[in-house]
Design a protein around this ligand. Sequence first.
Ligand code: FE2
Length: 312
Amino acid sequence: MSRATEAIYVRYQVTDLTRMEIFLRDFGMHPAVPSDGRRLLMRGSGDAPYLYEAVLGDKPCFLGAGIRVASREDLERLAALPESGPIEPVSEVPTGCERVRMRMPDGFEIDALFGGVAAHVVTTVPDLGFNSAHEKPRKNRAVRVTREALPVRRLGHFVLHVTDHDASVAWLRDRFGLVPSDYLGAPGDEGRVIGSFLRVDAGKEWVDHHCMLVLGTPEAEVHHCSFEMDGLDAVMCAHDFLLKRGYTLDCGVGRHLLGSQIFDYWRDPFGFRIEHYTDGDIVNDEHQPTVFAGTADETTQWGAKPPKDFFE
Ligand SMILES: [Fe+2]
C-alpha cells in the first residue's frame, strides 16, 4: 500500500475556459502557467503547483483529482497495479514532479503525484491574530481588511458521490492508505454506513479531518471541491466580494458539524458547487470515528442552513 500526504488538485471539464478563469480569479486563484486554449491550470497562494485544472470540452463534468504520495516507491507501487498508467512526468507545469494515472471504480481519474519543486508561496496579508475572550494575540495592531478577491491557500478536500461506497473506500484505502475520520449512517439506520470522511494516515501527525468525503448514491458525480482560506476575515471579505460580482451563493456562511469548518459555498459559472473554508478540525491516529445519522439540518452548527438540493 502507498501512503497519500494530501489532495492537491481537482480536474473539471468546462465549455468556456475564459469564463472559468474569470470566476476562479475572483474566487482567489491565478494561472500557474499561461493557458494554451485547451487547458487552464490555476494555483493558489500555497506551495502546490496548481489546485484547479479546467479542460475544454463539449459538456461540463467533473473529471478527477490529484493526490500527493509520500515517496517515489509509493508511485512505483501504484504504477505496478493492474490498470494503472506508467510513471510519467507532469509536463503541464515546470515543477519536475511525476505522476501515475488511475481510475476509481466509477471512472473518476485519480492521479498520484510525487516529487518536484514546491511552488513559491505567494505572500498574503500577515496573520495579525484573532483576539478572542481566551487569548488576545493582536496587540497595538488594528484589523484592516478589504472586500476583494482574496487568495485560496490550497485544496482542502473534495466530495464524491459514488455508486458503490464500500468499493470506492476500499480502492482509496488500498492505494493511498486513506482512513476514516467519521462516517455517515443511513438516516434512521446508523448501522448502515453510506458515507465516509477520509483523511491521509500520518499516524501521530496532525492532518485535516478529511481530504475526501465519499458518499454512496445512485449516480456517480462530484458534490463539491473545497479550498482553504487564510482565516475568517478572508472568508467573509471574499463572500462580500463574490456577492458584489454577482455570483450565485449556494450556502454560507456557517459552521459544519463534521470537520467543523466555517464554510461558504458558491456555484461556478457551470453550476458546480465550490467552497471556501477556514478553521477545520485536525486529527491524528488517536481520533475515534463516530457515525452521524442525524438530519440534514443537524449538519450545520450555526449560520446558513444548506438548501434541500445540497443533500440530493
Ligand atoms: Fe466541504
